[in-house]
Design a binder for this molecule. Sequence first.
Ligand SMILES: Cc1cc2nc3c(=O)[nH]c(=O)nc-3n(C[C@H](O)[C@H](O)[C@H](O)COP(=O)(O)OP(=O)(O)OC[C@H]3O[C@@H](n4cnc5c(N)ncnc54)[C@H](O)[C@@H]3O)c2cc1C
Ligand code: SF4
Length: 556
Amino acid sequence: MSVFRRLLSKRQPDPSGRRWLFVPYDQLSDNMGPLSREDPRTLGIVLVENTWKAARRPYHKQKLGLILTNLRHFALEQAERGVAVRHVVANAPYRTALKQLGPELGSIRVMMPAERELRVDLQPLVDAGGLEFISHEGWLTTSEQFGRSAKKAPPWRMDAFYRYVRRDTGILMEKGKPVGGKLSFDVENRLAWRGDPPAPEVPTFPVDPIKREVVELIESRLNHHPGQLDLHRIPGTKSDAQQLWSWAKSKCLPNFGPYQDAMSKGSSSLFHTRISALLNIHRLLPVDIMDDVLGIDLPLPSKEGFIRQVLGWREFVHHVHVATDGFRNLPSGDPSIVSLPGDGGYARWAGKPWPHKSLGDHPDGGAKPSFLGGASPLPPAYWGEKSGLNCLDQIVSDVWNEGYGHHITRLMVLANLATLLEVSPRELTDWFWVAYADAYDWVVEPNVLGMGTFATGDLMTTKPYVAGAAYINRMGDYCETCLFDPKGNCPIADLYWAFLARHESLLKSNPRLRMIMATLRKRKASLRSRDEVVFHTVRNGLMEGLLLSPRDLPGR
Ligand SMILES: Cc1cc2nc3c(=O)[nH]c(=O)nc-3n(C[C@H](O)[C@H](O)[C@H](O)COP(=O)(O)OP(=O)(O)OC[C@H]3O[C@@H](n4cnc5c(N)ncnc54)[C@H](O)[C@@H]3O)c2cc1C
Ligand code: SF4
């Protein structure tokens, strides 16, 4: 018998006469919902370890390790509290696994799943009366607040939502006025980082027998998944989660604000907190995080900057996802829906298809909007083949080593470059979904489709987040060791101009792009045709998996 099973059966209380709750992989908290207020001796929880779910996409091994370790520790923690635990191993949709338990356990409740994919899976069982959705208590804001903040929207704007919520909740407000005199310190929070103050060392966590068994499971049954599995970097228990949060509060948050947009090859997180993966599975609760941050002494730009991320961005993207039914209902017209979960280009890179196994009657692979028309495949560089573009190579390497990267590397390098290369926004979304340990449909789809690629037009942002080499050089240090020169032969500058030229008719009336489009119009014809040649050379080279060098590009 495995250590996990032995420990669980030792702690397991008598399961008879309990009211049962299904706890999905991303609701691992006893500080919200029925687990937080009902007597543990009256409760039972169902936890499902599901290879069917893992097989839907080539998820990073670090994500599998994180979820399985936390799920098993959560089972043990709850049994210790006196909650009966039904730990099920399944290889089928969740509703199939739960339906089989119905005759034995009676009616089962579940907090409304955050992932649309899981809601859709469970709905038939809810309709048949075998499962009851109750409200999800992990969110900080309601859809009513979102609706009230938006008035005539869509389009939706995070700033309007955030301003509304700050006023409505009184968070960081004094006598109706924002603390510090303004609602956002964003413009002050744009320093590059050149090594001082030193970036905090990322914490490690104990490797216990539960983790070791999870690794054995991954190595024996899920070893075809990509990415490095680093056990020491997995916070697996409730106390590990607290340890990560304590580290974030003391080592990261004091410098969080000023260096929020900085990037470095020396540190994949700099002063970012790395808590997203734990927030999204509710090992850390947004409400506790907010209370803590409001209660500690921090420079205001850091405090406000961080609160804007959790109270603003995180809540906002979730509301947009729900309001559009996962971007299926768009004001510009409904996009097509992909028939299978995407692999983000895995099959092309690996030279073999991703073994989906049986997808049952639930094969949907998500909405496929593409406002700018990008439809190219994702280059193998995103799977770790060297491209010669140092910013891309370093960041991709960090992602496959850790399943993590901070916001600016995701937005201004990975999504930016893919957009400049006309990559399919859906394929890029699927890549982000599989490559990052914190990715779930409600958060990855708005961030990539809505924000990173402008695939939904101005639904969430006023303009595409695209930039040339000057931005990457200003905010990061990758250029120092690159074959290319950001002020000379770096192709990203040319890709940027080529992008603006290709989409001139769509972008020229955008008020936020007026200046840059005027500069484009003044750009010499010879340079514009060179931009186009560079675009084709770089795109074709990267698609073929070539290592680019300055020699491959036309001279100026
Ligand atoms: C293209 C792209 C893809 C992304 N995909 C994901 C994803 O799959 N999962 C995910 O959790 N975040 C995603 N984000 C948002 C953001 O990049 C991550 O939440 C953040 O980098 C996580 O690192 P951290 O915990 O160190 O964040 P910190 O910088 O320390 O921020 C604190 C917290 O704020 C929240 N937050 C900040 N920005 C966002 C945002 N835009 N959307 C949602 N939450 C936010 C996160 O919970 C984060 O943990 C994506 C952003 C982009 C541009
Ligand atoms: S020179 Fe260009 S390709 Fe190289 S790191 Fe800088 S921005 Fe990236």
